[in-house]
Design a protein around this ligand. Structure first.
Ligand code: AMP
Length: 293
């Protein structure tokens, strides 16, 4: 795998492949790589001739300074994993390379309402920061396809809109959530959990999974109340939100009849570590049968 630190060198290398008619798949990450990231690389390898991965811990998407400062950096291990996954090109730019001046802040995005709820509501400025960096990286790499995990479902929805607005020829490819054996969604932030926290944190997925079944026989209100009780009963955990939203618009629903397919999204603090997860809840039929409306 070749490693590039500057836009100039990366684009020069990509151009050589482009001239040979190669298709380019792109996987943007913030590093501290795990099997979740590698599943994106694997899919990109299957669907493209050349795969570019970027590692850039994007300062402008962190609304919490400590979260940014404590974000794990594991460069050597990352390079090893990417080599094993047969990634072709790695782009690890400096902050100055991505943001040479402050003009990136001047851009205003319009994503309708999908960036106003859930993560958008609880992490002000986060999605603007995400949009800024994704736009910048897509402009630099100009891939045929770019890969994003459903673990960050709302981010994926926003990236799809962003691509439609600015890069209509780039395919945004969603990738399923990769989990640990106990169900915990893989995340770079899991490394920051203490042994004790790690033991109890599987409760997040367990609760989501049970909520999916309970959705068949509970109102939205009762289900939300039940999830809140389950999570907050664990002394090490603090629920930030649990929302049930239409899978397309991400608008939170109050009654099952409002949407045919919903996604249940959760954000939980375990000490100072904030984790998110989600599960899709599909209705089994058109008539809301089985769902308490
Ligand atoms: P990050 O490094 O956290 O910015 O993540 C880079 C990409 O990997 C994003 O598109 C994430 O949604 C995706 N990703 C992170 N964790 C997982 C996971 N457990 N399963 C699938 N995709 C993931």
């Amino acid at each position: 795998m070749d490693i590039y630190y500057t836009i100039f060198d990366l684009q020069k290398a990509i151009l050589v492949y482009r001239k040979q008619g190669a298709s380019i798949g792109f996987v943007p990450t913030m590093g501290a790589l795990h099997q979740g990231h590698l599943s994106l690389i694997k899919k990109a390898k299957q669907e493209n001739d050349i795969v570019v991965c970027s590692i850039f811990v994007n300062p402008v998407q962190f609304n919490n300074k400590e979260d940014f400062e404590k974000y794990p950096h594991t460069e050597n291990e990352d390079i090893q994993l990417l080599n094993q996954a047969n990634c072709d090109l790695l782009f690890t730019p400096s902050e100055k390379e991505i943001y040479p001046d402050s003009t990136h802040n001047n851009f205003d995005f319009n994503f309708g309402d999908i960036d106003k709820v859930m993560e958008g509501k609880y992490r002000p400025g986060h999605f603007k920061g995400v949009a800024i960096v994704v736009k910048r990286l897509l402009e630099i790499v100009l891939p045929n396809k770019a890969y994003f995990g459903e673990k960050d479902f709302q981010q994926l929805a926003i990236v799809k809109v962003l691509a439609k607005q600015f890069f209509p020829t780039i395919d945004i490819v969603p990738c399923p959530i990769i989990r640990e054996a106990d169900g915990l969604a893989m995340s770079s932030r899991n490394m920051r959990l203490t042994i004790e926290e790690r033991k109890v944190v599987s409760l997040i997925y367990k609760t989501l999974f049970e909520a999916k079944t309970k959705a068949q026989s509970n109102t939205v209100f009762d289900l939300k109340h039940w999830v809140e009780g389950e999570i907050n009963a664990q002394p090490l955990m603090n629920l930030e939100y649990f929302e049930i939203s239409d899978i397309e618009t991400l608008k939170p629903i109050e009654k099952w009849v409002e949407s045919q397919c919903v996604i249940a999204c959760i954000a939980v603090f375990i000490g100072k570590v904030r984790l998110i997860d989600n599960i899709i809840i599909e209705k089994k039929n058109d008539a809301n049968r089985g769902f308490k409306v």
